[in-house]
Design a protein around this ligand. Structure first.
Ligand SMILES: Cc1cc2nc3c(=O)[nH]c(=O)nc-3n(C[C@H](O)[C@H](O)[C@H](O)COP(=O)(O)OP(=O)(O)OC[C@H]3O[C@@H](n4cnc5c(N)ncnc54)[C@H](O)[C@@H]3O)c2cc1C
Length: 259
């Protein structure tokens, strides 16, 4: 780990110090990782602002503070089961105890534990920067990440689990890796919400994708997927297509997707 560790007294000081050569410090499991690719002269310890370590219910959403660890989220009865499934993709108990939900989103890794599920479920991200505070859908965050490069993620809003006979909200997630503690070469999630489908994909070595269900085959064909030690491009595309087709069927979709 590089950089000077800086403790701040509050949010405004943290935001004022956040320049391009500085990084926020949450659980430290990403920053402290050798070869993480994160190089920062200053590491700003995220201050304990209100709600940043809490999980609460808010208008059909569950608000998960950015500094909530994977272990805390797994132990909380408010955390939806579909998200717990993704939290368990992190096999290491030590890492679960330190890694934070906000840190996982900010890391935006191509083997991300949570992002595909957050995309498939229509999660929203709460951010603060020097100009104000924002709450935006994760797909928009994906497309505008440069704009929020110096923002602090304060919370992740996830849809509460649906209940009752009329419930039409379900999310399925699948992770492909050699072992539970190995890096995933594919993490795939699909959600159905009131008849609308969403997809989230993390492809090791390639990136994060959120193709539209109606023409996902088209955008997926354009995505850069490469051969590596985990498999060929052809293999990864095959697994992705068959997994998405099976998920679509399990979610009650009719007629299959256009590819
Ligand atoms: C051996 C090992 C294997 C790993 N494998 C995986 C893996 O397979 N998949 C995966 O997704 N992750 C993996 N990680 C990375 C890491 O454990 C997780 O991504 C974790 O959730 C990061 O959270 P953190 O709190 O530790 O973040 P930190 O390490 O504190 O920060 C990570 C990055 O996010 C930024 N950041 C943190 N919190 C915020 C915030 N609230 N707002 C804005 N920016 C913020 C930091 O500035 C930094 O750039 C691995 C780590 C290790 C050590």
């Amino acid at each position: 780990m590089e950089g000077e560790l800086i403790k701040v007294s509050g949010l405004q000081e943290a935001l004022a110090l956040k320049e391009p050569d500085a990084a926020f410090f949450a659980g430290g499991t990403g920053i402290g990782y050798k070869d993480s690719g994160i190089h920062a002269g200053k590491l700003i310890v995220i201050p304990d602002i209100q709600g940043i370590r809490d999980i609460s219910e808010e208008d059909g959403y569950i608000r998960i503070g950015a500094l909530v660890t994977f272990t805390d989220a797994l132990e909380c009865p408010l955390t939806p089961d579909y998200l717990k499934e993704a939290l368990r993709f992190c096999g290491s108990l030590q890492k679960r105890n330190m890694a934070t939900v906000g840190g996982n989103v900010a890391s935006w890794r191509c083997d991300s534990y949570l992002i595909p599920t957050l995309m498939a479920s229509g999660a929203e991200i709460c951010l603060e920067d020097k100009d104000g505070s924002y709450r935006i859908g994760i797909d928009r965050y994906a497309d505008e990440r440069d704009r929020y490069a110096d923002a602090l993620i304060t919370a992740v809003m996830v849809k509460a689990e649906a209940s009752g006979d009329d419930a039409d909200f379900k999310v399925l997630s699948r992770r492909y890796a050699n072992t539970v503690e190995s890096h995933a070469y594919l993490t795939i999630a699909m959600g159905r919400d009131d008849g609308e489908y969403r997809i989230g994909l993390a492809v090791k070595g390639s990136g994060i994708f959120h193709p539209d269900i109606m023409n996902w085959g088209v955008s997926w064909k354009m995505a850069h997927v490469r051969d590596d030690m985990f498999g060929t491009e052809e293999y990864k595309r095959y697994i992705t297509c068959t997994t998405l087709e099976a998920m679509y069927e399990d979610l009650g979709g009719e007629g299959g997707s256009e590819s």
